[in-house]
Design a protein around this ligand. Sequence first.
Ligand SMILES: [Zn+2]
Length: 169
Amino acid sequence: MEQKKWEKDQTPYVVFICTRCKQYSYVKTTQKTKKCLRCGRTHQVKNILDKGEIVNGMTKAVNKVKQLQNSLGEAQFSTENEFIVSFNNQIIKKAPKPLEKMEDYEEKFQQCLTKLSSNYSRFPLHLIEILAQDYEIPPSELKLLIKKSIKNGILQSTKKKSYFTIVKS
Ligand SMILES: [Zn+2]
């Protein structure tokens, strides 16, 4: 019946990379257009069909996107690593002046880290991601912010399983 059909979802989806923001998305092959959730670019599905990968079922599509996003990450985003956050306001203030938009997110990201550090001494990456969503930081920005924090010594990578640790200085 209808429910069985849903359970065995074989709807073809195309998994593709956004030409503007380089993030992966998926869309039903029968859909006409797909708006990138991250940058808002509208993609014509017929144009991405032969560029993307076709998978059957939404679960597979979601997993494929996750897998591809992970492979995009550099070593520091590997699940083998964990990170330490070292709060040092001087370092934050010394950071080179970023774009206006980035600056907004940077402030949010700092609030995010402050909140995390007041609740946890260590925490996994997905906790940052969840909290970043509450602060309306898009995943693409979050990655840049994490990267920048590592560069500035606020975040430190320690070789454990996708955990972050905040160290207050
Ligand atoms: Zn995009």
